[in-house]
Design a protein. Structure first.
Length: 563
């Protein structure tokens, strides 16, 4: 089913996989989700055999404790014979003993359990068919393998019976370790060697357990000396009664359901932890502000160092064979004005100095992101294409701006004056010549009629001066207003570099915005999956079947850690 806990868990795993792929979390962090499907006590049994027997699986109970507290003695007393090695034969337990009914199909031994350390003893007592008893190795053994084996087998246990003695009951390292590693297990506590104990010790031990989170812990007294007549009255029979009552009140199902609820809660908690690694979208907004400051400082550092390369590139772009404003002709070349040769552009506009400073700005941005609590890898991955395109962005902007600048040299007023004086340097000499010609004809006529004298040398000189000035003044003004190609190219290069830097900055901001959207989508998906898991968990708890009886509730209130 799509909304089953398993389906939701699978989707959470896929979501975590995308977080790894995009660099938000490490594979090790995602492993915390994959390792939550721990084995359970049900894995010890063949489901088909249990179904044919038309009964629930047995309750799996294990004796834990330190060296010399008498765990094996308790199991031998239960069996009525020596099925677990005790005393001088085995001062520290190194093997695991199973004691179960002959009809119980124990088909699947835990893979962590070495077969040479297993002893299986079966019985035919039908009254004890519903419980599987296990004698575990000493948890305080100096052999590290013993402790590792205990912790490996812990998920297969339903009820932990922790055994202490009057002499060592204050040594709490063992049961506190089990409590820390347990996953919703029920606990019973036994003070063995009761013939050496006192009621005050029971109260003291109970106080320790209450401080660890048990409301009203069950602490049983047991005297398992071989001499039955010398045994003090104890609670050994009560231990079996509690476990039998738990089984017959559907306690196994309740423990299984509770463990599943706890496991789903752990999945939810781990998913929450992964969700927190994504950070908040507001953090990326703050990162954009920091990027603008970083970029501003980078440009302030770059501009002085770019002045000479820009001038050199402007001279190179004009190219030999072109006449500047002063009328000097350069050596001819095949390069067209406004065309950047790749080798020239790479040498003058993009060198190791510029590249290092631009890439340093991106690295500072990543460091700022980590300082704000964002993981660096997704940002580095988002900026990877921008890093590769910085040179192309800069040179493309310069190329475009340079061609635009050379196609419209100077400003609009300068271009207007240039067009005006270009016309006047032809029009004014013609007008002056016309005026001189008119005066010449008019004075000749008047001289012929005797009304005035003929024109002399002075008129000729003044006429030539007028015509010359009418040509020279517009010509000089036109020449003065003609833009310098070098300056025009330099202006275009400056504008292009400014535009290129602006494009590069906006490209980074676009990458940050894209990353923000991905972050928001992933966070939204994770939140929805966690909510779906929580809702499913709540529904399963409300529809729990069979419902808890008052007897089971009373036992669980004493055997489970509060909260």
């Amino acid at each position: 089913m799509q909304n089953s806990p398993e389906a939701v868990e699978q989707r959470i795993q896929e979501w975590a996989g995308r977080l790894i792929e995009q660099g938000w979390i490490s594979p090790a962090a995602a492993d915390s989700l994959t390792h939550l499907s721990n084995p359970t006590a049900a894995d010890l049994f063949d489901d088909s055999e249990i179904a044919r027997a038309d009964s629930a699986r047995p309750l799996v109970t294990a004796f834990f404790g330190g060296t010399g507290v008498g765990k094996s003695t308790l199991l031998n007393r239960l069996a009525g014979e020596a099925i677990a090695t005790t005393g001088i034969e085995r001062p520290t337990s190194r093997e695991v003993t199973f004691y179960l009914h002959e009809a119980v199909p124990l088909e699947r031994m835990p893979p962590e359990l070495p077969l040479d350390r297993v002893r299986v003893s079966r019985h035919s007592n039908a009254n004890r068919r519903e419980v599987v008893w296990i004698d575990m190795p000493d948890i305080d053994s100096i052999e590290r393998a013993n402790r590792e084996l205990v912790l490996d087998l812990l998920p297969y246990i339903d009820v932990l019976i922790y055994v202490v003695s009057p002499e060592r009951y204050r040594d709490d390292a063992g049961w506190r370790l089990l409590l820390e590693q347990s996953q919703g297990h029920a606990f019973l506590f036994v003070m063995n060697h009761w013939d050496e104990g006192w009621e005050e010790q029971i109260e003291d031990f109970s106080g320790q357990l209450r401080s660890a989170g048990f409301n009203d812990p069950i602490v049983l007294r047991c005297d398992s000396r071989p001499d039955f007549d010398r045994r003090k009255p104890d609670d050994f029979g009560k231990m079996e009664e509690i476990l039998t009552a738990l089984v017959r009140a559907h306690g196994v199902e309740q423990l299984t359901n509770r463990n599943e609820q706890l496991r789903l809660q752990r999945v939810s908690d781990r998913a929450h932890a992964l969700l927190e690694r994504l950070g908040e979208t507001k953090t990326l907004d703050r990162l954009q502000d920091r990027w603008r400051k970083i970029w501003k400082h980078t440009l302030e550092d770059l501009r002085p160092g770019l002045e000479w390369p820009m001038q050199a590139l402007a001279r190179e772009v004009i190219g030999p064979g072109r006449i500047d404003r002063k009328g000097k002709k350069r050596k001819k070349t095949d390069q067209s004005a406004g065309e950047l040769k790749s080798d020239v552009s790479e040498t003058l506009l993009w060198d190791a100095w510029i590249q290092t400073r631009l890439l340093d700005a991106l690295e500072r941005l990543i460091l700022e992101a980590e300082d704000l609590g964002l993981p660096g890898p997704p940002l580095r991955q988002a900026l990877s294409s921008c890093r590769d395109e910085l040179q192309e962005i800069l040179i493309d902007s310069v190329q475009t701006s340079l061609r635009r600048s050379l196609s419209t040299p100077g400003h609009w007023l300068q271009r207007s004056g240039l067009r005006l004086f270009g016309v006047l340097r032809y029009l004014l000499p013609l007008a002056a010549s016309g005026l001189v010609g008119y005066q010449l004809v008019l004075r000749y006529y008047e001289g012929w009629m005797g009304e005035s004298s003929y024109l002399g040398v002075n008129f000729a000189v003044h006429s030539l001066l007028l015509i010359g000035l009418a040509w020279l003044i517009p010509y000089l003004l036109h020449r003065l207003l003609t833009p310098s190609l070098e300056k025009t190219a330099l202006r275009g290069i400056r504008q292009g570099i400014a535009q290129g830097f602006e494009r590069a900055s906006k490209r980074v901001e676009q990458d940050l915005q894209s990353l923000k959207e991905k972050q928001r989508d992933l966070a939204g998906e994770g939140t929805r999956l966690i909510q779906a898991l929580e809702e499913k968990k709540e529904r399963d708890y409300e529809m729990e079947s069979p419902p808890r009886s008052e007897e089971v509730k009373a036992l669980f209130s004493r055997m489970l850690v509060a909260g």
